[in-house]
Design a binder for this molecule. Structure first.
Ligand SMILES: Nc1ncnc2c1ncn2[C@@H]1O[C@H](COP(=O)(O)OP(=O)(O)O)[C@@H](O)[C@H]1O
Ligand SMILES: [Mg+2]
Length: 245
């Protein structure tokens, strides 16, 4: 469990920017939560605060003993792979930094399998499609065995078909129990993606970002491709869209 109480974030530069204001949010154990809102409304800031990457200006962040500090891993829109390292060497990098290659090297193979990257271990980033590069980015995040995975518009630069495929895979990964990931916090400005993936969707208002609504997605958990064309899906999508004017 991760809880934010009355969180505010102000960036101090030439001008001060109030990026977030009055954020109260509780993320339950095992939950898939998405954060949507227009560009510049504070989504990335909120994600970084949830993950403990930056501190709030005021207010507090509490995590339950279950959700250990250090068990958070981030995936960003650009996977920023090192072009002179193979896929496997990129995924191994966090282990090299932690000095835990010998204990965890074996885990790389299973992470590659889980992400459909089997056979691409020795490929260089330039030899991989955008979707495959992002899979490597996710693999690199998973290798440190996080319980909470935080993703910031990870599929925004991919074509729609690849994005849908990665959405399916991410859900499989989260549900299958094949990884350590329990919670997923997912930032996107794509409404369909948020509805398809989530248990709940947080809708932020324009700057300063405040929580406008937290919508429960009560679609069945077996999220098949057909669900995207259902009446319920459409009405949830319409509801979120109307709040993002
Ligand atoms: N490091 C920073 N320094 C100053 N201002 C920032 C910084 N990061 C973000 N901001 C500002 O805070 C606001 C929210 O940014 P951000 O959280 O990145 O929004 P989003 O991810 O929704 O696009 C924006 O106005 C942005 O310009
Ligand atoms: Mg952002």
């Amino acid at each position: 469990m991760i809880r934010l109480d009355d969180v505010t974030k102000t960036y101090h530069g030439v001008r001060s920017t109030v990026a977030l204001r009055g954020i109260d949010l509780e993320i339950a154990e095992g939950e898939f939560l998405s954060i949507v809102g227009s560009s510049g409304c504070g989504k990335s800031t909120l994600l970084k605060i949830i993950g403990g990457l930056i501190a709030p200006t005021s207010g507090s962040r509490t995590i339950s003993p279950h959700t250990k500090e250090g068990s958070f891993a981030f995936v960003f829109q650009d996977p920023i792979l090192m072009r002179w390292r193979t896929a496997r060497e990129n995924v191994r990098l966090p282990l090299e930094i932690q000095g835990s290659v010998s204990q965890k090297e074996a885990g790389i193979t299973s992470v590659f399998e889980n992400l459909g990257l089997g056979g691409f271990e020795n490929s260089y980033p330039s030899e991989l499609s955008g979707g495959m590069q992002q899979r490597v980015g996710i693999a690199r995040a998973l290798i440190s065995e996080p319980t909470t995975l935080l993703l910031d518009e990870p599929f925004a630069s991919l074509d729609e078909i690849t994005r849908e495929r990665l959405n399916d895979e991410l859900l499989q990964l989260w549900k299958s129990g094949a990884t350590t990931v329990q919670n997923v916090v997912f930032v996107t400005h794509n409404i369909d993606e948020a509805v398809f993936l989530s248990d709940r969707v947080v809708i932020l208002s324009g700057r300063p970002g405040e929580i406008q609504e937290v919508l429960t997605i009560d679609l069945p958990r077996e999220r098949t491709a057909e669900i995207r064309y259902s009446e319920e899906f459409n009405s949830l999508r319409r509801k979120i869209r109307s709040m993002m004017l």
